[in-house]
Design a binder for this molecule. Structure first.
Ligand SMILES: C[S@@+](CC[C@H](N)C(=O)[O-])C[C@H]1O[C@@H](n2cnc3c(N)ncnc32)[C@H](O)[C@@H]1O
Length: 497
């Protein structure tokens, strides 16, 4: 990832480079001959394998080389290595922390290694990132951070690079994190400085700034939004209406009632929600409170005429469909859950198990035939960049790019047109994204309204009345730093003819 992608040109969508083909490992000065003495020392045989660091390294490797999701790989690594308690916490902190900080760590490494990062083998680059993270972002003593990383190089089959790793990490120790950030961002704009300090790609910082209306002047809200992406998210549960009372769930789970959704329980201690009896008995599930609010908004906004047929147009894996099924059942309504991918339709089947008012359909929503009677309520929880859930996916900020955005934008517009075609005149469409990017949120709705297709904007705020700080528009934007939820966006539309 070039320096400009963070601190400079904020429109750039570059990701950290991956080097795929094996390359020679050479010293930090680019030469394999005449290594300094510390390199020779570093090439000594390794001590016992440090399991937490080995697990963190395995996660980095799986993310870099197999495009894996860290939140799926890490639990497997912890189990396989038998890591629990403090060791598991260390592996998690090092794995997730390094992934989140990758952009800024790479800028530091670029200044410490005389070789291009693209010329460094992926495992060696990941070792360097892991070492640099420990040096700059943890309280692990310098000698331990360097020595354990060098040991890890040896124990993971990268012994030839041990001297290189040692030499580069020694250079990293020349400054602390704040100092490195000042150096990297010395010519950057205020947004560029935040991109480096909070290790986000420039285009994401710009998108958050636009959405928060904070492009210049006081940037404290933007700063808080970026910082929230590095915090460990609380687990939220939903206690499905008709199956469990919220207070009962809170007591069983040892959590607190969520502040906004009448069905939410927040677990600050993490833990294993899958082990809860209420979850095993399918009376409760794991669902972000912001997602619950979007489903509730669709179900609760006023509607004239029949209220019997609901459609969830992009329903997989079925979180919102399950809550909608419970709410619809209470009203005698039925819900159709549409999903493109068969494997995700299976997940909807599991999520909605036990509700007999759900019909699951597999296929592209854009190919759905016209519905003569029309649906009364339609939810379009659209495929999006997911920039609103970066705290849950440590690597996601470096995987996404503005190219994804362009593709998603046109899909979202097509799906919005389908939703409006399938809703009956007078019926409601709820448009939700797990992204605050204006191109996926407000601009989509504004473009649609400008086309004057017999659609009007419905004020969604009454459905979020208990939620402070959602902005002054009839469209609602939630934020992790304000609400402790994902950055969900919700707008409501009514078809007028
Ligand atoms: C943001 S997710 C929906 C999340 C879901 N509402 C929930 O709460 O669990 C978007 C879903 O839309 C699906 N999808 C993407 N394109 C689609 C299309 N053309 N037709 C139907 N589903 C589509 C994706 O596979 C994905 O499962």
């Amino acid at each position: 990832m070039p320096a400009t992608s963070q601190a400079g040109a904020l429109a750039s969508g570059d990701r950290p480079r991956r080097s795929s083909s094996p390359k020679n490992s050479r010293g930090a000065n680019g030469s394999s001959a005449g290594r300094p003495r510390s390199d020779e020392q570093a090439a000594q045989p390794s001590g016992p394998v440090d399991q937490p660091r080995a697990a963190a390294f395995a996660v980095l490797q799986a993310v870099s080389e197999q495009d894996a999701y860290a939140n799926l790989v890490l639990p497997r690594q912890l189990t396989e290595a038998g890591l629990t308690g403090r060791d598991a916490a260390l592996a998690t902190e090092l794995g997730y922390g390094t992934l989140r900080a990758t952009g800024t760590l790479d800028e530091v490494l670029r200044r410490c290694a005389s070789r291009e990062l693209a010329d460094i083998e992926t495992p060696v680059l990941n070792l360097l990132r892991l070492g640099a993270y420990q040096l700059l972002r943890t309280r692990i003593p310098t000698h331990a951070a360097v020595a354990t990383t060098v040991d890890l190089a040896r124990s993971t089959g990268n012994a030839r690079a041990a001297g290189f790793v040692n030499a580069v990490l020694r250079k990293v120790t020349a400054r602390d994190f704040e100092d490195w950030c000042s150096e990297i961002a010395k010519d950057a704009s205020p947004l560029g400085r935040l991109a480096v300090r909070y290790s986000h790609p420039g285009w994401i910082v710009a998108a958050f700034a636009d959405s928060l209306g904070q492009a210049e002047g006081d940037l404290s809200d933007l700063q808080a939004a970026l910082a929230a992406d590095d915090e460990r998210p609380e687990t939220h549960l939903v206690g499905w209406p008709g199956r469990i009372e919220r207070d009962e769930l809170a007591t069983e789970a040892g959590g607190e009632p969520g502040p906004f959704s009448p069905y939410a329980v927040r677990l600050s201690s993490g833990g294993e929600p899958g082990a809860l009896a209420a979850v095993q008995q399918h009376r409760a599930g794991v669902q972000d409170e912001g997602s619950q609010l979007c489903a509730l908004a669709l179900a609760s906004l006023p509607l004239t005429g029949p209220d019997e047929r609901w459609l969830d147009l992009c329903a997989g894996p079925g979180g919102k469909a399950a809550l909608l099924a419970a709410l619809a059942a209470d009203r005698g309504a039925r819900i159709t859950a549409q999903e493109l991918h068969p494997h995700r339709a299976v997940l909807i089947e599991r999520a909605t198990e036990g509700w007999s008012n759900v019909e699951i359909q597999v296929g592209d929503a854009r190919r759905l035939p016209p519905d003569e009677r029309g649906y009364d309520r339609v939810l379009l929880d659209a495929p999006c960049t997911g920039l609103g859930a970066l705290r849950r996916r440590p690597e996601a900020r470096w995987r996404r790019s503005p190219d994804d955005l362009a593709e998603l934008q046109s899909l979202q517009a097509e799906l919005l047109a389908v939703a409006l075609r399938l809703v009956r005149p007078g019926g409601l469409v709820g448009y939700a994204t797990c992204s605050p990017h204006l191109a996926e949120t407000r601009h989509q709705i504004e473009a649609l309204l400008a086309d004057n297709l017999g659609v009007e904007l419905v004020d969604a705020r009454p459905a979020f009345a208990q939620v402070p700080g959602t902005g002054g528009s009839p469209m609602v934007q939630l934020w992790p730093h304000r609400h402790g939820t994902d950055a969900m966006f919700f707008a409501a539309l009514r078809r007028t003819r």
